[in-house]
Write a protein that binds this ligand. Sequence first.
Ligand code: SAH
Length: 428
Amino acid sequence: MDPRREEVVPHGPADDAAAPSISPAPQTGIVPAGTPRMRQVHLDKRQRHRVLAGHCWVYRSELAKIDDGVADGDVVGVVDARGRAVGSGYYNARSQITVRLLTRTLDDLPADFWRQRLAAAIAYRQRVAPWPARRLVNSEADQLPGLTVDQYGDHLVVQANTLGIDRHLDAITSALIDELHPVSITARNDAAVRELEGLPREVRMLHGEAPGPITVAVGDVRLVCDLRDPHKTGLYLDQQASYRAVAAWVRPGMRVLDAFCHLGGFALHAARAGAAAVVAIDSAADSVAGARAAAVLNGLDGRIEVRQANAFDALKAMASAGECFDLIVLDPPTFTRNRDAVAGALRGYKEIHLRALHMLAPGGVLATFSCSHHVDAATFLGSLVDAAADAGALLRREQILAGSPDHPVLPAIPESEYLKGFVVTRIG
Ligand code: SAH
């Protein structure tokens, strides 16, 4: 998941190092006498287990028994209360999510396990996201929990957020080199979650030289990103498909507002589609500098004004000043890190929706996004309807948007779905 976005909490890893002590354990769990087998953890029979319904997480509280000798980072077999195979995955007692499943058998990981999974993830992107900047591997949604791989042209950025994945970085790196022949691979292993896994936070090269700022095509524009800058997190690749979807609503001469713009992906696409004047707002100095540079790079600086401001304050001030836009994009950071924060998040969405609706011209278009996993699409739309009622506006839903297709969603793993958006027009 992308940086501002809610992460699928990473955890446990898988372990090749355990291999010497492991012989192929039959799926039945019956082990020939004298043959060492993969150590196992046993699900508690009194609970419902999401792993039995397609999820890949096993919480510590779901385990009734853990074999002696299981060490953090090992690949373990997971069996149900009757000893039947559930799968195998990597173990980390430090994590609440103590096992993350990698396979649905009790066999050792095949020697080419990482290569196979990576090749499948890459092949899927070739089909659904055949463009130069994209997420190649999206953790649980690619059956590689804890691993993300982003591609920026010839350069790759890997995040290993769990001990189990970290242990296999060599195998993962060589498989990526064989599959894609990248010029460089940067490990952005600086996420705070690594500390919870007992791992150091670091940025280092896994292959090639540090590339410096990279110019890459994103949608229909070019953006510059610095893959090593610890303050930056690359691009929000998950919005790439929506840039074009939203730009399709632009008519020549429109006034457009892009609130929470980061590098201005929506603003740039709107200007390119013929908007006469675009205001882009972000509170972060590096986002604002990046968006201004991107406007120049794409020859659109004459029609894009980038302002550094808290969008809540700016929207309020602009609405009070009677400003008016034909298209408004709202793409804030997540307002919820956990379920308890939902009420506050809904107040935040309602506030920005209300301000935006006050500034929306009759017939105007609002594209609004939420990347809070804990706020589902219906609840999010409900907050928009509430705001519309307060603003005396009648809305028509035009389009339902989601993350770009290189950010797949597995319905069995609700955490893999976080980004949703609606395009609405004001018809009254
Ligand atoms: N629309 C962007 C992604 C937005 S991510 C894109 O397509 O790339 C959210 C952005 O909101 C970040 O760039 C962050 O710097 C900015 N942000 C966070 N809090 C903010 C606030 N209160 N006001 C304005 N910008 C804010």
